[in-house]
Design a protein. Structure first.
Ligand code: F3S
Ligand code: F3S
Length: 105
């Protein structure tokens, strides 16, 4: 699967959403998250992110290695909705993201 890491937090450019053929990039309050079971590893999202937040799971930089699990755990209660258009913006984040101080400017 692909993973969205810390650079997305408080940026949420959303360019990635338009590229995903299976609509598996879900929006939380402060970040977006890729569904690990719905992502088909097409890789289309990765080059369009202006802040380079998206990585293949084996290529996540060490400083953001927690984000593989962050993306997985985000869906623990939600399960597999089968498309982010159905859920809209979810009113929460993974606890690790929620605890971050304001990012960016
Ligand atoms: Fe976030 Fe980059 Fe997508 S900032 S919303 S991962 S384009
Ligand atoms: Fe979608 Fe990116 Fe996966 S475009 S299918 S989330 S690699």
């Amino acid at each position: 699967t692909y993973v969205i890491a810390q650079p997305c937090v408080d940026v949420k450019d959303r360019a990635c959403i338009d590229e995903c053929p299976v609509d598996c990039i879900y929006e939380g309050e402060r970040s977006l998250y890729i569904h690990p079971d719905e992502c088909v590893d097409c890789g289309a999202c990765e080059p369009v992110c202006p802040v380079e937040a998206i990585y293949y799971e084996d290529d996540v930089p060490d400083e953001w290695s927690d984000y593989y699990q962050v993306n997985v755990d985000f869906f623990a209660e939600l399960g597999s909705p089968g498309g982010a258009a159905k859920t809209g913006v979810l009113p929460y984040d993974h606890p690790l993201v929620a605890a971050l101080p304001p990012q960016g400017d």
